[in-house]
Design a protein. Sequence first.
Length: 131
Amino acid sequence: MKMNQEHLIPFSKQVKKLFELLLPITGQSEYIFSSSIHQEKPMSSASVNVALKRMQNGKYHGRMVAHGFRSMASTILNENKFRGDVIEKQLAHQERNKVRGAYNHAQYLEERTDMMQWYANYLDKLKNQSD
């Protein structure tokens, strides 16, 4: 994590299933997605951007970047009335109000778990509509 701070991430059922499928491939590494050059380091967002450029003969080139997934999630979650504090905590954003940040150490884990399950279900519905 940025700033060397621990960040808890609640997973949806869909993500847990994907991680179970990845375990035989990546289980020997500290990282689920490690660097192809340095296995002891995580994959960079640049690697994701390269993959997006190559995907489906360049269909996503100029249309999506790795950081865009965070923006898309934030927008969809805000439009669907999830609390801003919960969304910002899920994105590991720091509180800009220094006083509030000094006193509020809430993790909102239950709300974040529910929100991420909702989001995974939402993305599944979109995928199923496009199939």
